[in-house]
Design a protein around this ligand. Structure first.
Ligand SMILES: NC(=O)c1ccc[n+]([C@@H]2O[C@H](COP(=O)([O-])OP(=O)(O)OC[C@H]3O[C@@H](n4cnc5c(N)ncnc54)[C@H](OP(=O)(O)O)[C@@H]3O)[C@@H](O)[C@H]2O)c1
Length: 295
């Protein structure tokens, strides 16, 4: 980003968003920050509630702010929420993204859209940017639809992100912190051994997304933003428990394939990060042990 850039972060009150704001502020930026409903301040900046489903409001606020760089992390991000209310999921994740993408194209803004590994159908490993999405979950479908609008933006980048983990800075628990809390309380936790991701910590994700937002020339289209290692949630939590000195025996394996789940789930959405490592060779991805070492 250049000093004259006006930056906007959507979804700034979310698990990833708070890290993004911290990273930008740490780099000397003063982004405008949006939530869906939450009010308050993050790193001294005022959160503005701008519902992405309200096209008129989104357009009028964008025209007032005139951002030159947008990191679009606002979303209905819970797969179960989108399954239960696919209409709302589409309004936020598809229509909201379309509004931001169209405005960005009209005004030449750099747009970085946080998509997901869950756009893939899970039938192979280490998906690359040229592989075709084929979402199984409704959530993944809405995010894949959002991608189509971002790909039409001259300065647009779809950043498909793997499962995120790490400490929460929002004051609200996440899946990861809930499991650790359970372990701390001596409760066994069952985690799937037959679903694979390339988990990435929030801090590294925020650093990478800010680097990519800054990089106007090199990177448009699609990029995969994942961690170094392919693993199951079971392995992620086992290694985290070990790193934190928690009782490993409480981390139990379970099979997603033996459960009756409301939607079919992709088995393997691990992402290849070859392109990322070419574009940002100096950016080192952290191991699970390094991430939990700081908790
Ligand atoms: N977490 C992961 O493992 C993961 C993996 C891959 C991709 N992603 C993507 O990364 C992004 C951030 O995820 P996250 O885990 O940080 O999600 P999160 O914690 O659920 O945060 C979602 C953010 O979006 C905002 N939002 C929700 N509904 C909105 C609406 N109708 N209008 C405007 N804003 C709305 C929320 O605002 P309020 O606080 O006001 O509700 C919040 O700031 C999402 O695009 C998600 O799809 C996440």
């Amino acid at each position: 980003m250049r000093s004259q850039d006006r930056i906007l972060v959507t979804g700034a009150s979310g698990q990833l968003g708070v890290y993004l704001v911290g990273e930008l502020v740490g780099r000397g930026m003063e982004p405008k920050i949006w939530s869906g409903k939450q009010k308050g301040r993050i790193k001294g900046l005022e959160l503005e509630a701008v519902g992405l489903e309200d096209e008129g409001l989104v357009r009028s606020r964008l025209s007032e702010i005139q951002p030159t760089v947008i990191i679009h992390a606002g979303a209905m991000s819970g797969a179960e929420d989108v399954r239960r209310d696919p209409v709302a999921g589409a309004e936020v994740n598809i229509n909201g993204t379309r509004t931001i993408a169209e405005w960005s194209n009209e005004h030449g803004a750099r747009l970085v859209y946080t998509s997901t590994d869950l756009v893939f159908d899970g039938t192979k490993s280490m998906w690359s940017e040229t592989d075709e999405p084929g979402p199984l979950l409704e959530y993944g479908r809405t995010k894949a639809e959002g991608e189509r609008y971002v790909r039409r933006v001259g300065c647009g980048l779809v950043a498909r992100i793997s499962l995120l983990y790490g400490p929460t800075l929002t004051g609200r628990p996440s899946f990861f912190t809930n499991v650790l809390e359970g372990l701390r309380g001596g409760e066994p936790q069952v985690l799937f051994t037959d679903e694979w991701r390339t988990p990435l910590d929030y801090q590294t994700a925020a650093e990478v997304l800010c680097d990519l937002a800054m990089d106007r020339q090199k990177c448009v289209g699609v990029i995969h933003v994942g961690g170094m290692e392919r693993m199951s949630r079971y392995e992620l939590l086992l290694r985290s428990a070990q790193g934190l000195g928690l009782e490993r025996g409480l981390v139990r394996g379970g099979l997603a394939s033996s459960q009756s789940l409301p939607e079919p789930r992709p088995r393997d959405v691990s992402l290849s990060t070859e392109k990322l490592r070419e574009i940002l060779p100096e950016r080192r991805l952290r191991t699970v042990e390094e991430v939990v070492g700081g908790m």
